[in-house]
Design a protein around this ligand. Sequence first.
Ligand code: PAF
Length: 282
Amino acid sequence: MKLISNITKMQEISEARALEKKRIGFVPTMGYLHQGHLQLVEKSVADNEITVASVFVNPTQFGPEEDYDEYPRDLDRDLDLLQERGVDYVLYPDVEDVYPEGFATYVQVEKGTDVLCGRSRPNHFKGVTTVVSKLFNMVKPHRAYFGQKDGQQLLIIRRMVQDLNMDIEVVACPTVREEDGLALSSRNKYLSPEEREAALIIYNTLQKTRERIEEGERDGWALKKAMEEAIKAEPLANLDYASIVSRDYLQELSRIEGPIMIAIAAFIGSTRLIDNVWLEVE
Ligand code: PAF
């Protein structure tokens, strides 16, 4: 496995591998890897001749009050995990090279980015789509792997790839959960034992909502209200949003039908967690 910091070198390597007719799978990450990331890596290694993972904590997707400086980082551990899984190259660029002085170009998806997480995190998805486009240009992958846990991000990246005719297959991988249902996240490590227990309210509420839809409930506002009440009843939780949206443009649904995403974001103590489930409703 090779660690590459130089962007031009990464591009040269990808071009050479593509000339050898090798398929390149790409797993973009911000590091501090957990089983959720490793599942993406394993899938890419199984599907492609070459796998590139990137480790880059992207400053443009963090708001001024958010945890960019405190975001957990452990490159040595990440490199060991990636090497064990058979990754060929790790792209680890410097912030100054990704965003050199004078940088002035952003990629913005104009629908579905100002709702859900986009409402409390303005510019977050603009930062994500910009860096993912840049990473795609550095790695030139045939396939890119994203987790369903960040459901809104995945849907926005799919939209960007489609709208900008990027010749890349976006592969969605299911959310990896602890045994009790809590979605794996780099931020789970901030939770105290009491908060870890309280955090389960998110998954349990999603499950309850899924069950009600499967039993025939179609009133979006009634389901939303029930989700809000369930989260508010947990003393350590502070609701950001609970929504049921269409999976095309992430519009909130008053009547539940079609491909939908049930999504919740809540602070548990001071840690913001998100989770979602997808359903096809007739
Ligand atoms: O999901 C993440 O870790 C990040 O948003 C991503 C896709 C690596 C872009 O910085």
